[in-house]
Design a protein around this ligand. Structure first.
Ligand code: CLF
Ligand code: SF4
Length: 499
């Protein structure tokens, strides 16, 4: 019997839609969306969880300045609203950004989206940002344009965004309450002066909400990012989700605060902690009642290139690009062919899932079987196709009698560096085992003897038998196998979480 894959984008939840599912659900179903919206999200790796296995994005770091201060940001580094803190991007001029984008487009035909996400706030650098967008919309029309902002300058930028066909805008909204905002934003720069405290937060919140309303009124898809800060806004974010959904946001991405003292941020230096994986998931699940959630965000850097979770930026430095010989006409043709092929395959897969969802069947076994978590090593294509030792992250899925759903990516350290030494492999393996401690199975294409034994000793079953299978199908198969073996009886009092 085939295990159906749960899609979080149900018809009922679709109103907002964040590709969270879009941006974040396993087995998302886009069929209920109007054709125009479906076309906007189906090949956007952040707005469609399915698409992120296949389509790549790139960022160009053209925006150095910022008009606010966040307590989780150190200006030496990239904008932490949409990026991992603690990394620095190479600043580009618009000319260099266009050159780089075209080079990447030629080399990575599945690159479908160009985003500007820093290193400061793109809309606080309007000339540089819009010059880049203007040229790219003319010179590379098959690339979707995307921008991420703190929202302060958004209302005055909406017309310009619409003029350049920017269909995807992310606003970081951490709160609706200025008293909470004052604990996140010490100041903003507004109308040629610095404004502090609650007044600053009030202005920022008003601008964000106004910008959100203006964008959705124009049919531009809005994703809302929120940084979860335990003890500051964690209890408040469910309300944020509800309100932004009501105003037409398509997707909500709750990201964990990353605050390390070595990043030199206010939160890092004052000991503010980030959420645990369990706390983050609990909040995402709570918000999901109100709207679709993005769960596959990688908090990528402001010059990221490649599939989410991989960073090929080093292949495209200005020096390397200058040495490349690129036939753009040929590249455009190849891009069209590759992308059409991926889209057709994805649509076929989605249609299959929609059919399965329309006639749901249960897996073998009674409903009281417990759910399990499965970690998957994948290098893309939605397949179990990565060697355990080569994984820098694992995708964690929950399998239950009701289906399979994606929960989150988990970053780990590389266990095997590819040489004989395996470098820091020993402690990297310990950290990986610790990061996956809530999982019962690890699916990968291959695994060495040593990690196999260590995983087993930690109560995590390594499994290479589903190599090259589709991830959800493989998880479902493992669940059925365990159910058939009688390994999934729920302890007394525990119900199946996902059923
Ligand atoms: Fe970039 Fe952001 Fe556009 Fe995506 S990233 S500007 S919407 S193209 Fe995506 Fe990266 Fe998460 Fe951002 S995974 S950090 S959500
Ligand atoms: Fe830093 Fe981004 Fe906040 Fe500006 S908006 S202070 S760049 S995190």
């Amino acid at each position: 019997m085939k295990l159906p894959v749960i899609g979080q984008t149900s018809a009922g939840a679709a109103g907002g839609g964040c590709s969270a599912s879009a941006c974040g659900s396993s087995g998302e179903q886009l069929g209920h969306l109007p054709e125009a919206i479906r076309a906007k999200v189906q090949d956007h790796p952040c707005y469609s969880e399915d698409a992120h296995h296949f389509f790549a994005r790139m960022h160009v770091a053209v925006a150095p300045a910022c008009n606010i201060q966040c307590h989780y940001c150190n200006r030496k580094y990239d904008c932490a609203n949409e990026s991992r803190p603690g990394v620095v991007s190479e600043l580009l001029t618009p000319d260099q950004a266009v050159l780089k984008t075209k080079a990447v487009a030629a080399a990575i035909p599945q690159m479908s989206v160009l985003g500007i996400a820093g290193p400061g706030d793109p809309l606080a650098n309007p000339q540089r940002t819009f010059e880049t967008f203007r040229r790219l919309s003319a010179e590379a029309p098959d690339i979707k344009l995307c921008v991420s902002t703190n929202g302060l300058a958004l209302p005055e930028s909406v017309d310009e965004l619409a003029r350049h066909n920017i269909d995807h805008v992310t606003i970081t909204i951490n709160c609706l309450d200025p008293a909470i905002g004052a604990r996140i934003y010490p100041w903003i720069f507004w109308q040629n002066r610095r404004v502090f405290g609650i007044e600053a937060a009030r202005i920022l919140i008003e601008q964000q909400q106004k910008g959100l309303e203006m964008l959705t009124a124009r049919g531009i898809l809005v994703k809302v990012n929120s940084v979860m800060i335990p003890g500051v806004n964690d209890r408040h974010l469910k309300e944020v989700s509800r309100v932004v959904k009501a105003k037409g946001a398509f997707l909500h991405n709750v990201m964990p605060l990353i605050a390390e003292a070595e990043h030199g941020t206010f939160y890092g230096l004052t000991g503010q902690r980030g959420p645990t994986a369990a706390e983050l998931q609990e909040l995402q699940d709570a918000c999901a009642g109100d709207m679709n959630m993005m769960r596959h965000c990688r908090q990528c850097r402001a010059d990221a290139v490649g599939l989410l979770g991989e960073d090929r930026g080093e292949e495209f430095t200005l020096e390397k690009i200058a040495a490349m010989e690129i036939d753009y006409d040929k590249a455009m043709q190849l891009r069209a062919e590759v992308r059409a092929g991926i889209t057709a395959a994805l649509n076929a897969r989605r249609a299959e899932r929609e059919q399965a969802a329309a006639a749901p069947t249960r897996t073998a076994g009674p409903a009281e079987l417990r759910s399990i978590r499965i970690a998957v090593a994948s290098s893309g294509q939605g397949l179990v196709n990565q060697h355990f030792g080569h994984a820098r992250e694992f995708l964690v899925y929950e399998a239950s009698n009701a289906g399979v759903r994606f929960l989150a990516p988990r970053k780990t350290d590389l266990y095997c560096a590819g040489d004989d030494s395996c470098g820091d492999g020993e402690s990297a393996l310990e950290r990986t085992i610790s990061a996956l401690s809530d999982c019962e199975v690890v699916l990968c294409s291959k695994i060495g003897f040593e990690p196999w034994g260590r995983l087993e000793a930690a109560g995590i079953a390594p499994n290479g038998e589903h190599a090259m299978e589709e991830i959800e199908e493989a998880c479902a198969a493992v669940y059925r196998e365990l159910a058939a073996a009688g390994a999934l009886a729920a302890p007394p009092g525990e119900t199946n979480r996902a059923a």
